[in-house]
Structures are given as C-alpha cells and as structure tokens.
Design a protein around this ligand. Sequence first.
Ligand code: SF4
Length: 272
Amino acid sequence: ITGAIELMVVDIQCIMQALAPLADQFHTKLITTSPHAYIEGADRVDFDEHRALEIAREIVRMGIDNFPNRKETHIPKEVSRLVAGFSHEYINYALGGFYRGSFRPLNDAVIQGRLRGVAGVVGCNNARTCHDYSHEYIVRELIKNDVLVAMTGCGAIAAAKYGLLSPEAAKYAGPGLREICETVGIPPVLHVGSCVDNARILTVLSQMATEGGLGEDIADLPGVGFAPEWMSEKAISIASYFVGSGVYTIMGSDSPLANSPVVDRFISEGWE
Ligand code: SF4
C-alpha cells in the first residue's frame, strides 16, 4: 500500500466489499459510478453517458482536492516497462506495414514450424494460489516453446510485473518466436486489453483463420485459451464464448463450481 492514491473509481468489475473499510484506513476516497453496484461506505457519483466529460472532471477534481490530505507515502522504486494495447488491426500493421498489412507472416511462421501456435492466457488472480505464480510460469514456458501469447486482465498485469510485456522479453522466447519478435519489434507476450476485451483474442484468431493455410475455422488453429488462476464468475462466461467459438479452453486452479457435480460435468465434459 503506497498511501499515494487520492481517489479510486470503481463500477461493476470484480470489486471486493472490503475495499471501502480498507480505503478508510488511508486518505483514499472510493467512488462508485454504477447505480447497479453501490458499495457501503463508498461515495457515489452516478455515471450518465450524456454528461460523461462533466462527471469525469468532477471526479478528477475530487481527487485533486484530496491531495493535501496525503501523508507519508511508500512508492516502490522497482519499475517494469511494458508495451500495451495490441489489437488485430495493430498486429496486422506490425506484420506488414501500412500498405501491406497482413496476418500472412504469422500464418506462414506457423506453417513453417517457427511458431508452434498462439495462446490466450487470461483471467484473474486467485487467493487460493500463490499470487501470479501460474501466470508467470505458464507464460514463460509457452514463449520458451515458441508459442505467441496474448494476455488480458489481471493475468496481463502479472506478466507485466515480470517484464514479459516488453520487446526485450524476446530473449526468453524460443528461437522461432524470438526471430519474429525481433524482426517485427513486438513483445512475445501481447497485452490486448482488460478481461472484458477477451473478444479481441478471438478476433486475432478469426483473422488467422481468414488469412488461410491453417484450416477453415478457429477450431482448426493451433490455439488455446487458458485461465490459470480464475475466480470470477465473469471468467466462466468468457470461457463459454471461447468454447462456443471453437477454442480449446483450459480453466486452472480449483473450480468454484466443483461443488455442483452437474455444472462441473457440464463445463468439463458437456462443452467438449
Ligand atoms: S481478470 Fe478476473 S479478477 Fe481481474 S478484473 Fe477480470 S474478472 Fe476481475
């Protein structure tokens, strides 16, 4: 805890109720913006899309006004640089430039065996596991074995902390993936957004399928979706649309659904 946060804004992401009493211990103001997800002890500033800029300014002003209440801070000296915000449009551009943007080099790399596939490693941290451990371990193993990784959400933050979202991380990649990263100037682990942006990973896979040479459909691609430390119900709905789109999908750690044999069997065997 840094003591350097004047204000935190939350809506309907996975926000724990304990956040309000925690913020109370410091000068941090906690604001909720969704009328559907008020939190006891937090201030409310309801979001109205017709007044978005005005409301944003009001919230920023509240943060600035709270600055004089800041006391001693503990800001870690460690810095981890990253490149974030990849989309299928940018990957297209990175691989072929403005005039010849194309997924062809990526598909060719798979066909030639330089790249063994693409993995979406996504999802939460889970209090039942050692924080970040699975994300880091799995991602390092994947890139070492020439698998290009796309990440979102809290998993991406885990990878960022270990420096895996920077182009310099190519040194941890296998020879095929390293060659591609160094030629194109991209990290071996691509940050594609928050966990509600997982559909972007599907867009990348559909572009690969459309480009041709690897099969007719997403299900034919050497791709996998993996949530090693999932805990949120949102992860299940995301996994559902991954499976529904034909992606081989793995959910790690203990399943919060395991107490219901019916649901557990449905998602582990039924979806297959
Ligand atoms: S990755 Fe999981 S914990 Fe993180 S914001 Fe998304 S659903 Fe919540």
